[in-house]
Write a protein of this length. Structure first.
Length: 70
């Protein structure tokens, strides 16, 4: 029987840092706000987002960092 190597918590956090974009729900979770708050920021032009496959909104990581700095 083969064993599956365990992924260390440090490796998981490195993977998270490499992400270029997040869904609206993920962005809301990271910011600690409601989904609709992030959606409203996008609608009002305060937060840039792009459309991915099937029209899914993605928020670039750089936009989240920009929002947090202001």
């Amino acid at each position: 029987m083969e064993t599956v190597p365990e992924v260390s918590p440090a490796a998981e956090s490195d993977q998270e840092e490499e992400r270029l974009a997040y869904s609206v729900q993920e962005a809301a979770d990271l910011l600690g706000v409601d989904y609709f708050s992030v959606y409203r920021l996008i609608q009002r032009g305060k937060l840039r987002a792009c459309r991915a496959l099937r029209g899914k909104l993605l928020v670039p990581r750089s936009e989240l960092l920009r929002l947090l700095k202001t």
